[in-house]
Design a protein around this ligand. Structure first.
Ligand code: ZN
Length: 167
């Protein structure tokens, strides 16, 4: 379940068993947990050395807390796990483009890499309305990989809002 190696003749080929798709599916599992709770279905996992160190899903209604976004939950959990406010050598996977608050938290935690699913045309702060993680006026920039499993990530959101309208 970690980095694998193939020994072939005199060559040693290292490869990653896990792809961005794989980790995004784990984030989607988190998003589904939010969906089951009638929360906006956004999920997040934080990965370090090919393993998940923290997970989170949106809990703003359950906790009556506007800051209880999936990414904030995961960042808090990862910081506790690593006993550090800086999450160096990690990748944060979020099903939806992070909002300004979460994008700010990603910068503050100095997360080096962000992978997200669908763009958020209403609140996205990682390329849509703003690009906070790559604003060179801030003291940390983040590599961004957008669009991973974007259709699945967006479909869960659409299903949620369709359900809300029909209640
Ligand atoms: Zn957010």
């Amino acid at each position: 379940m970690t980095n694998g190696r193939i020994f072939h003749s005199s060559f040693v080929i290292s490869f990653h068993l896990f792809t961005h798709d794989y980790w995004m599916r784990q984030a989607l599992i988190e998003a589904a947990k939010a969906f089951e709770l009638d929360e906006v279905p956004i999920g997040c996992v934080i990965v370090q050395d090919e393993r998940i160190i923290a997970k989170g899903h949106n809990l703003t209604e359950q906790l009556k807390d506007a800051t209880a976004h999936a990414e904030m939950m995961a960042i808090t959990s990862a910081s506790a796990a690593l006993e550090s406010r800086y999450l160096t050598d990690t990748t944060l996977y979020a099903t939806i483009e992070p909002c300004p608050m979460c994008a700010g938290a990603i910068v503050l935690a100095r997360i080096p890499r962000l992978v997200f699913g669908a763009y958020d045309i209403k609140a996205g702060a990682c390329g849509t309305l703003y690009n906070i993680p790559q604003d060179t006026r801030l003291n940390h920039q983040v590599k961004i990989i957008p669009g991973v499993l974007d259709k699945e990530c967006a479909a869960l959101m659409q299903e949620y809002f369709r359900k809300q309208r029909n209640v």
